[in-house]
Design a binder for this molecule. Structure first.
Ligand SMILES: Cc1cc2nc3c(=O)[nH]c(=O)nc-3n(C[C@H](O)[C@H](O)[C@H](O)COP(=O)(O)O)c2cc1C
Length: 170
């Protein structure tokens, strides 16, 4: 399967470790994995101008790094959303990447998606998980799994193994 991982973290720390473990497991299972570091890209918020649906034939009028991640939305069989929790939701960079999907409404090919979340504290995931579930319901995509890591779980071998095994199971 072709798996796209969208990583919303602006820095190379805890979420990157989760993404790395995911890639190790997925590759061990024979999947083709591409990581898109949306947290380190320049992706503006949607302007709501409607150009994509009026005249743009599904293309956004803004020319920025959205173009780099469109293959994830158009071609991947599985999409993994990975992000740190910033104020009870995914990062602003990830939100921009998600909302700019508006130009094609929803992933074109993906049959299932997963969510990886890193945070400082426990019990801070409700907002991000609710958004993810609503997005999957709207897109009619199955939820393959949701894995969270807080505090000392971040980068721990136990959590990395859990993620590797999850990736292998896809
Ligand atoms: C702007 C900002 C907001 C944050 N908000 C929360 C929060 O609401 N709840 C929480 O538990 N951790 C919060 N954190 C901590 C991060 O979620 C946590 O350190 C995470 O592991 C960082 O992932 P990273 O290493 O991939 O950047 C916040 C961190 C930053 C920088």
């Amino acid at each position: 399967m072709k798996i796209a991982v969208l990583n919303g973290s602006p820095r190379k720390e805890n979420t990157d470790a989760m993404v790395q473990a995911f890639c190790e497991g997925a590759q061990a299972a024979g999947h083709e994995v591409e990581v898109y570091h949306v947290g380190r890209m320049k992706i503006n918020g949607c302007l709501g101008c409607g150009y994509c649906h009026d005249k743009g034939e599904g293309n956004c009028i803004q020319k920025d790094d959205l173009e780099k991640i469109m293959p994830a939305y158009k071609e991947a069989d599985i999409i993994v959303f990975a992000s740190p929790i910033y104020y009870f939701t995914m990062t602003a960079q990830m939100q921009a990447a998600i909302q700019r999907m508006y130009c094609i409404w929803k992933p074109l090919k993906a049959q299932k998606c997963a969510l990886l979340l890193s945070s400082g504290s426990p019990n801070v995931y409700d907002g991000a998980i609710a958004q993810f579930k609503a997005m999957m319901g709207f897109s009619k995509i199955d939820i393959a799994g949701i894995i969270t890591a807080h505090g000392e779980e971040n980068k721990s071998e136990a959590k990395m193994n859990e993620i590797r095994e999850f990736a292998k199971s896809l």
